[in-house]
Design a protein around this ligand. Structure first.
Ligand SMILES: Nc1ncnc2c1ncn2[C@@H]1O[C@H](COP(=O)(O)OP(=O)(O)OP(=O)(O)O)[C@@H](O)[C@H]1O
Ligand SMILES: [Mg+2]
Length: 359
């Protein structure tokens, strides 16, 4: 079995590695490290928040390794109770426990010369951690109820969304096991720290879930997605796009669809999406910009409320007196008759003098 030699990414656009997508520098580093790890045979610990793509990285490491033709066996250590997990990993012999009428080989055996992926390794109990340490150190384990040690030649890849170094002093994770696992380590960065990847991932999931239909996304909706913090990372996005594609019929997904189907992803209605403002390379005059922004928002609020100052002040979370005082400061009284005619042509519905002078 010869080691595969690959460039960091093999596809011409350099935006994918296997099923992994990303063009940010952070993801290109992940691609690069994934291939380096795939070329070695050492145990590796993959860390990262939930939904960042740890399992995808583990699979890619396997697929690009010399073990690719052998099984990839994933075990979720967090989803199975301890005694069942031991049985799952090590197998048992006949009579090992009540009801064990036949022997059964465990996942270490099923993995053969392939890769065993121990997902959510941080959730294992100290007793199981001791057994795993033995497997990692000696490559040996005993099936439940057996005195005969078995050997495994599988490669170990583990993943966790916990900080295991913090779990060590708390007595929740064995230090010796940690160092055995983390001979190589790879951290998958959260999506909010690599926002350049968001449009690419959105396009990828749109295509995946749309089937034969063409589905697009409006710029404002994309801006909202780019500004979101994605606490559930790529998995959260995958689920959202599936929901949007399934529950809407129109070709273009709008910002209103996000408001309706985006769960808790919308910014607070009284807040704004600052990610759409980028500091120009030659900087800005911040005080001037704040003044201009304030004036523009006041004009828009007055327009939307057809000159009704009380309603416009409410839209901006200002009290009416402050709003009128600022109208004066910005010279907005003169603008009202020209820009704020109501749709029925009767001008401001506010009973006040639109210049604010009467209040
Ligand atoms: N870079 C990526 N490109 C394309 N799809 C991705 C990427 N990262 C993650 N995904 C997809 O997002 C989903 C979550 O990824 P995965 O299961 O690998 O995350 P995880 O870190 O193991 O999550 P958890 O901690 O919840 O187990 C999967 O469907 C995966 O295919
Ligand atoms: Mg996972």
């Amino acid at each position: 079995m010869g080691l595969q030699k690959k460039r960091p990414t093999d596809e011409p656009d350099c935006h994918t590695l296997g099923s992994m997508i990303g063009k940010s520098e952070a993801m290109r580093n992940v691609f690069d490290l994934t291939l380096r790890i795939a070329a070695s045979d050492s145990t590796v610990l993959i860390t990262g928040e939930s939904g960042t793509g740890k399992e995808l990285v583990a699979r890619t490491i396997h697929d690009r390794s010399r073990r690719a033709e052998q099984p990839f066996v994933a075990v979720n250590c967090g989803a199975i109770p301890e005694d069942l997990l031991e049985n799952e990993l090590f197998g048992h012999v006949r009579g090992a426990f009540t009801g064990a009428q036949n022997s059964r080989s465990g996942r270490f055996m099923t993995a053969k010369e392939g890769t065993i992926f121990l997902d959510e390794i941080g959730e294992t109990t100290p007793r199981l951690q001791a057994k795993l340490l033995r497997v990692l150190q000696e490559r040996e384990f005993n099936p439940l109820g057996s005195d005969v040690a078995m050997r495994t030649n599988a490669r170990f890849v583990a993943a966790t969304n916990r900080d295991l170094r913090e779990a060590i002093p708390a007595g929740q994770f064995r230090e010796d096991l940690y160092y055995r696992l983390a001979i190589l380590s790879l951290e998958v960065p959260p999506l909010r720290t690599r926002r350049e990847d968001i449009p690419l991932l959105v396009a990828h999931f749109l295509e995946r879930f749309s089937g034969d239909r063409r589905r697009t996304i409006a710029e404002a909706a994309m801006n909202r997605l780019k500004a979101h913090d994605w606490p559930g990372n790529v998995r959260e996005m995958e689920n959202l796009i599936e929901r949007l594609v399934t529950l809407t019929d129109h070709e273009e997904i709008h910002v209103d669809d996000l408001s309706e189907l985006g769960g808790d992803m919308q910014p607070s209605p009284r807040d704004t999406n600052l990610a759409q403002f980028t500091l120009p390379s030659d900087g800005i005059d911040i005080d001037l910009c704040i003044q201009r922004f304030q004036r523009e928002m006041m004009v828009q609020a007055l327009e939307r409320c057809h000159g009704n100052k009380t309603a416009a002040a409410n839209l901006l979370c200002l009290n009416r007196t402050t709003f009128i005082e600022r109208m004066r400061r910005h010279g907005l009284g003169l603008l009202i008759p020209r820009r704020l005619a109501s749709p029925n042509g009767h001008g401001s519905r506010d009973s006040d003098d639109p210049s604010g002078a009467s209040s």
